[in-house]
Ligand binder design. Structure first.
Ligand SMILES: [Zn+2]
Ligand SMILES: [Zn+2]
Length: 133
């Protein structure tokens, strides 16, 4: 059993069984929605998801896609598209309580990836902000 929620704590969920896939998505739609260069997802059968508390806002996107987020803090949580992912719900896996234990297994939609994302592993790293101790 995995659990997670939004930043403010309004939305809490549990999801049982194992994911169908776990992937980092580079598509332009995820980028526009999240304001981030990529989004990590885990897909489960919809009946395995139990939203335990909180209200969700739903945004209807292109081609039958529905994204759900917390109306209070804006955290993106769930994605459904019966055309492309019938019967599944995609969960933004960084909203899990332990995302470190739920890594993506592949990168998808690389046709739309920002070119510099491919070189991410070669950038210099600092533990905090540059110049901070
Ligand atoms: Zn929230
Ligand atoms: Zn995407």
């Amino acid at each position: 059993m995995r659990s997670g929620g939004c930043q403010c704590g309004n939305v809490r969920y549990k999801v049982s069984n194992e994911p169908v896939y776990s992937a980092l998505c580079h598509c332009a739609d995820c980028r526009a929605s999240s304001g981030a260069p990529a989004v990590a997802w885990m897909a489960f059968k919809q009946e395995y998801l139990d939203v335990e508390s909180g209200d969700l806002s739903t945004y209807e996107g292109k081609n039958g896609s529905f994204r759900q987020f917390c109306p209070n803090c804006g955290t993106g949580l769930f994605f459904r598209n019966e055309n492309t992912l019938p019967g599944l719900v995609d969960i933004q896996s960084s909203t899990l309580d332990n995302p470190e234990d739920n890594p993506p297994a592949l990168q998808i939609q690389c046709a739309e990836r920002l070119p510099w994302m491919k070189e991410l592993g070669t950038l210099p790293e600092v533990d905090r902000y540059p110049g901070a101790a």
